[in-house]
Ligand binder design. Structure first.
Ligand SMILES: Nc1ncnc2c1ncn2[C@@H]1O[C@H](COP(=O)(O)OP(=O)(O)OP(=O)(O)O)[C@@H](O)[C@H]1O
Length: 267
């Protein structure tokens, strides 16, 4: 079978792998708009989990609650057993628009999280240079964001998140602002980084193909108010040629199964 699917039943949406992030009974309303209802999820350490679902189902809201950027109306989030009450050093958020400082160089942008933490200049520059190299931007340390392509700016955002050495990386549609070639390349980099770094990634995307390609687990949310409708674990061997994966039968079957579940919500 191509996928392991767990139907909606909060008590069943747990995994034998150790959970680093635990979401319990999260509800969120914006005034009269009920965005999320009773979300119960565990996010396993060292895995990449995607949040996927129709537009407006609350994916970004859930990610921001985990980040501690906004509060929930009810429920709790814990990271390593500690309750989240705001942003924390063990979590790094990569924004859709990468939120770079236009007046600062690539090096300063990447080192900025460390600067906020009071890390000395020599040390933070050394760490930043290392991550700039890891995301393929060596030689661009002294450039400014406007001198870079969208794909390169995205890499700066990721390098910044990696350099603070957060255990959990929260990515809000990091590929939405770049072209298809950069998107593919970056997906491959993310798979490589995830296995090299043993970080936990929580990833919001609109794209079924992307979710299946990069994720260990996919959480499908129902239309607003967002609830967990299904958790899918694609059984895909990502060790070989990336282009082969896109033709892999398990990959194609999983994409199709998710599409069959989601298409009822598309007008
Ligand atoms: N600050 C806010 N004030 C009022 N309503 C909001 C606010 N932020 C989000 N919403 C509403 O809450 C719902 C969930 O929004 P959210 O951005 O989390 O969904 P999403 O699944 O990420 O959407 P998309 O896929 O379109 O980016 C939407 O109906 C949205 O309009």
């Amino acid at each position: 079978m191509a996928v392991t699917a767990v139907r909606e039943k909060p008590s069943a949406i747990h995994t034998s792998l150790e959970a680093i992030v635990e979401v319990k009974g999260i509800c969120k309303s914006y005034g009269n708009v009920e965005a999320l209802r009773d979300i119960n999820l565990d996010f396993p350490r060292g895995k990449l989990t995607s949040l996927l679902g129709p537009s407006g189902c609350g994916k970004t809201t859930l990610l921001k609650i985990i980040a501690g950027l906004i509060g929930a109306s009810a429920g709790s989030v814990t990271v390593d057993g500690k309750r989240v009450s705001g942003p924390g050093p063990e979590r790094a958020f990569v924004f859709q628009d990468f939120a770079l400082m236009p007046w600062a160089t690539v090096l300063r942008n990447v080192a900025f999280g460390l600067e906020l933490r009071g890390t000395g200049k020599a040390e933070r520059d050394e760490i930043a240079r290392r991550y700039i190299a890891q995301v393929g931007l060596s030689g661009f340390e002294d450039k400014y964001p406007h001198e870079l392509s969208g794909g390169m700016r995205q890499r700066v955002g990721l390098a910044r998140a990696l350099s603070v050495d957060a255990e959990v990386l929260l990515l809000d549609e990091p590929f939405s602002a770049v072209d298809e070639q950069n998107r593919r390349k970056f997906q491959e980099d993310l798979i490589r980084l995830r296995s090299a770094q043993n970080k936990t990634f929580i990833f919001v995307t609109h794209s079924i193909e992307e979710a299946v390609y990069i994720s260990d687990r996919i959480v499908l949310l129902s239309p607003r108010p967002g609830r967990v409708s299904q958790v899918i674990e694609p059984d895909i061997d990502r060790s070989g040629d990336p282009d082969r994966i896109h033709r892999d039968k398990h990959y194609l079957d999983t994409v199709e199964e998710i599409w069959q579940g989601l298409k009822q919500y598309v007008e």
